[in-house]
Every structure is written in C-alpha cells, then in structure tokens.
Design a protein around this ligand. Structure first.
Ligand code: ATP
Length: 255
C-alpha cells in the first residue's frame, strides 16, 4: 500500500505540492488529472524519490516503510517503478542492455518481452536515441515490464502515441496492473479482484486509457492541491464539459 500524508514539496525554491493526502491500496489503480503545470509529474517524481523535489513536510509510506527520504534505487528495490514522460537519451547503452538491467536478478527473455510491445527492432539501438514520441512510450513500458514493480507510476503514457498503438500501450498497462484478469469457472470476479496486488497511478489528459482499463479512483491536482476524488470517468466528463475549475468548486462545496 502507498500512503501519502500531508505532503509538501518544493522545486527550485517554489512550493509545488501542498497538503497532499493519497492512499493506493494493493490492487488499486488511480488516475491523476490536472491542468498543465499543476504538479502531476512532480508528485510522481517525488514518490519515485528524485532529490530535486524537496520534501518540506509530510510523509510517504510504501509497504509500511517510511520512504520519504529513501534514495531512488532503494525505492525501486522495494517495488516502485515509473514510466517517464520525457526520459533521457542514454548514449552507449543499448535498449536490450537496459531491459536486462531493469529485470535485476530475474531471468528475462528480452526478445519475448519486446515482442509484446512490438519493439524487437529497437533493441540494438541506444536507449531513446532518436526514438519517436510513441517509440519512447513503448520503450518505457518494456523497461517497466522487465522490472515488474508493485507500484507503477505512468506519466502520460498515451501522449504522442498513434491511435493504433494506444490500444497496445493501454492493454499492456492493463496487463501489468493485473486489470486484464477475467473471472473463470472456479474464480468469481470478486476473487480475481481480491487477488490483485499491483498498484498504479496514471497521469492522463485525454483519458483514452480508461477505454482499456477500469480505474478505481480519479483525482484532480490543481495548483499543487489534490482537489477532487471521484469516479475517473465522471471527472473526465466534468473536465471536458466544464473545465478544471468546476472540479475545484466541487471540493470546496463538499468541504
Ligand atoms: N526545474 C524547474 N525549475 C523551476 N520550476 C520547475 C522546474 N520543473 C518544473 N517546474 C515547475 O513546476 C510546476 C509543476 O510542474 P509539473 O511538471 O509537475 O506539472 P504537470 O502537472 O505535470 O504539467 P503537464 O501537464 O504540463 O505535464 C510547473 O509550474 C513547472 O514550470
């Protein structure tokens, strides 16, 4: 379980996250909406542990461990992974080598994994070197598939992805988050749901991903404040009909 309590974060001397409370239980996937510059990426980067995101208040717990000041590699070891919006190019490291590194001690069949995201032809290229926007997203997914963490943070996984590949990307995320499992003759839907352990936090502007996976909760981040919590489809509808400010108004009214 991920628990964030009253989190305050500064970036380059500016307060960018204020009084954030968030809880993601095992098996749950949350969607994070919010206008440009509201702090969504900053929240994910803070959970992942990037030191430039300075925690000035509050705590982050994962699996019962206080990770507020743990370095990134320790968080990754505990089972947190992230697919970045704009990951860096890494010259001198081939994509297949990176996938192996992400797999750690696990026995990884890189080609077999790459086939699942149609990425076999890119394995011999340097990581992200000259990759298109959509190719970067698939590369990020491939690395996450190799790591197979318990908490997965996705920063706009559909942005820059063509319509055909949106299905591939979204279905891969659904599979990673154990959302694709269906009831069988011997297992009811309730049992299938209870057996899910993976946690997800997904940033999206378009909500395309909601066509492919059922998310448990939607949240709106507005000017560094988590301002609404509701069914993600309801939130998306509200944003597209009335704009983000209406979400903020909802929260003020409910408080
Ligand atoms: N290195 C930096 N120095 C100063 N301010 C920064 C830096 N990086 C980000 N910011 C600012 O922090 C704020 C939050 O940025 P963040 O990337 O978290 O927003 P976001 O909600 O993810 O936006 P988007 O939807 O456009 O991706 C923005 O105002 C941004 O300009």
């Amino acid at each position: 379980m991920l628990v964030i309590e009253d989190l305050e974060v500064e970036l380059a001397g500016k307060k960018i996250l204020k009084h954030i409370d968030l809880e993601i239980k095992p098996g749950e996937t949350h969607i994070l909406f919010g206008p440009n510059g509201s702090g969504k990426t900053s929240l994910l980067m803070t959970i992942m542990g990037y030191p430039q995101y300075k925690v000035t208040g509050g705590k982050i717990f994962f699996k019962g461990v206080d990770i507020t000041h743990l370095p990134i590699n320790e968080r990754a070891k505990l089972g947190i992974g992230m697919a970045y919006q704009r990951p860096p190019t890494i010259h001198g490291v081939k994509t297949h080598q990176m996938v192996k590194i992400c797999g750690g001690d696990r026995e990884i069949n890189v080609h077999e994994l790459a086939r699942k995201v149609n990425f076999q032809d890119f394995l011999d290229r340097d990581v992200n070197a000259g990759f298109s926007g959509g190719e970067i997203k698939r590369s990020e997914l491939l690395q996450l598939m190799a790591q197979d963490p318990d908490l997965m943070l996705f920063d706009e996984p559909e942005s820059g992805v063509d319509m055909e590949n949106i299905a591939l990307v979204s279905q891969t995320i659904a599979r990673l988050l154990q959302k694709e499992c269906a009831p069988t003759d011997i297992k009811s839907m309730l049992q299938v749901k209870r057996e899910r352990t993976k946690m997800g936090l997904i940033i999206t502007h378009t909500g395309y991903i909601l066509e492919y996976l059922t998310a448990d909760k939607g949240q709106v981040l507005y000017d560094g404040v988590l301002s609404c919590s509701d069914n993600p489809r309801e939130i998306l509808h509200c944003i597209s009909e009335m704009g983000y400010e209406e979400c903020v108004r909802c929260t003020i009214a409910s408080n």
